[in-house]
Design a protein around this ligand. Structure first.
Ligand SMILES: [Zn+2]
Length: 510
């Protein structure tokens, strides 16, 4: 006699998204694990008197989305400060910032993207002085490597900002800052544990509303790891969090012997996060050929020599490395550093973003087993006349984000959002409807990259990422079928999110 299930989800169109995608009608869960996936008749046998039966009215049930690249503290920051991601002009941003209540010490806005505006320019010191002349005002660009600040913020922190990262005109700062100068701001506004708790809990709610059940979070000099563990102990964490620690934590990590995959049911150690280059928005991504619309080939944030050293050290300590590389030159340097460890596929070292890639690099990904951790939502810049066109020109624009070619070559592809914005269905929509064939995936392939692919990048493919017996009961339930709505996947509603068999978001009849 088999023990009854705790919960049965039935009357659904279940896609397992296993190696071959199979469909079923019902799934039974016991102790947070999937115990049967089958037709409703077969699964009914596991119904006991205490079993909760959830009728999904024919909706689509998939493995929960795993976002392989998040900054949840930032998501929380968007939610509790000014969210500039929908602004469409500098004036709009100024208005949103001015609406924040007046008792805040810092006036903060997140996520502006001037590349999508008609008046396509960065916010300036003058813009932000009009918000306040007495309180520091900061507007972060969506890529987080560039920000605009007002005079008060500059006067407080100018000494902490390296000259080369502070833009000037006629000797005066314009208010635009990049890289290390932006870090000075992050340091000054770092939240305490209580604020961090508030930020992470609001981000967790947002993630569940988008169908996300697990994240690989990138964490730097913050209380986030401590707060995640505290939330788990308090029974308040319902998102599986894999923490990737910024490289400036490596001494501490080595000292306490933390290794990749250490951890609990909900909080695990990922690897070491580092950078090589900047971004296309800031013209700081490192290219082999100059920018189409500016001087130079970008800049190293971490030099190849430093990167080599860090990768060797992390690999020796049993730590996976996740290295940000956007331009082709940066991707080369990162692949070189990873390959020097001998077997980079074994540690599943990851290149984050992989935006401008050469054919030869695609082969190197496939041969080495290095994970391409990419963001399909970045394809919003790949349209004709978009950001990639401006920065790179047409030929290189068409070589960005080539998920089709990577997958066909046999590379490990993991999808994430980098929180620009946090929204897997939007990313899946972008790649299914991408402008260039080399960027296009089928619905099934795109969904797999956001589930199984991301799980693999986190050594989690035996626990997460498909709807199969023995896997964790982490699901997303959709109001419509992405296979039947290829043209408007981004508009499909998330009806329910389930983690460990528990319903953590229920948006039915919303
Ligand atoms: Zn990131």
């Amino acid at each position: 006699m088999t023990a009854p299930a705790d919960v049965i989800f039935t009357n659904a169109e279940i896609h397992t998204l296993a190696e071959t995608d199979e469909t079923a009608e019902a799934v039974a869960v016991r102790d947070g694990e999937i115990v049967r996936v089958d037709n409703a008749y077969e699964v009914d046998f596991l119904e006991g008197v205490e079993t909760e039966v959830i009728d999904l009215d024919g909706r689509v049930l998939l493995p929960g989305f795993i976002d392989a690249h998040t900054h949840l503290m930032m998501v929380g920051s968007y939610l509790v400060n000014a969210d500039l991601s929908d602004a469409d002009s500098p004036a709009d941003c100024v208005e949103l910032l001015a609406e924040l209540d007046a008792d805040r010490e810092w006036v903060l806005g997140y996520g502006f993207d001037e590349s999508m505006w008609e008046e396509s320019r960065y916010l300036t010191r003058d813009d932000l002085d009009s918000v306040s002349e007495t309180r520091p005002v900061v507007a972060f660009r969506e890529d987080m490597h560039t920000a605009s600040v007002n005079s008060e913020a500059l006067s407080r922190l100018r000494d902490e900002m390296p000259d080369e990262d502070v833009e000037t005109k006629g000797g005066e700062p314009t208010g635009v800052i990049v890289e290390d100068a932006v870090d000075a701001i992050y340091e000054a506004i770092e939240p305490d544990a209580e604020t961090m708790r508030e930020l992470l809990l609001s981000a967790q709610r947002d993630a569940h509303e988008k169908g996300i059940t697990g994240v690989h979070d990138m964490v730097r000099r913050s209380r986030a790891p401590e707060v995640y563990r505290r939330l788990e102990l308090d029974g308040e964490l319902s998102l599986r969090v894999r923490i990737n620690y910024w490289s400036d934590h490596i001494d501490a990590i080595e000292e306490i012997g933390l290794q990749t995959n250490h951890g609990s049911e909900f909080v695990r150690t990922g690897g070491i996060k580092t950078f090589t280059d900047g971004s296309f928005g800031g013209r700081t991504a490192k290219l082999s050929e100059p920018y189409a619309d500016g001087e130079g080939t970008g800049q190293w944030v971490v030099s190849p020599e430093e990167l080599d050293e860090l990768v060797t050290r992390a690999d020796d300590a049993g730590l996976q490395v996740t290295a940000h590389a956007i331009g082709d030159e940066a991707i080369d340097a990162t692949l070189d550093a990873f390959c020097e460890t001998g077997d980079p596929g074994a540690m599943r070292h990851r290149v984050e973003h992989v935006e401008l890639i050469t054919d030869e690099q695609i082969e190197r990904f496939a041969d080495s087993g290095i994970v391409a951790s990419v963001q399909p939502n970045f394809l919003k810049w790949a349209q004709e006349g978009g950001l990639y066109d401006a920065r790179l020109g047409e030929e290189r624009r068409k070589r960005t984000n080539r998920f089709r070619t990577l997958l066909d070559a046999g590379a490990n592809l993991a999808f994430g959002s980098d929180c620009m914005p946090l929204d897997p269905l939007l990313g899946i929509h972008q790649t299914v409807n991408a402008p260039v064939e080399a960027q296009q995936l089928s619905v099934t392939e795109a969904l797999r990259a956001y589930t199984h692919g991301a799980a693999y990048a986190g050594f989690d493919e035996n626990r997460l990422g498909t709807v199969e017996n023995g896997k964790k009961a982490d699901f997303v339930v959709l109001d419509g079928s992405p296979w039947e709505h290829e043209d408007d996947i981004e508009d499909i509603g998330v009806a329910m999110t389930v983690v460990d068999g528990d319903v953590v978001f229920d948006g039915r009849n919303d």
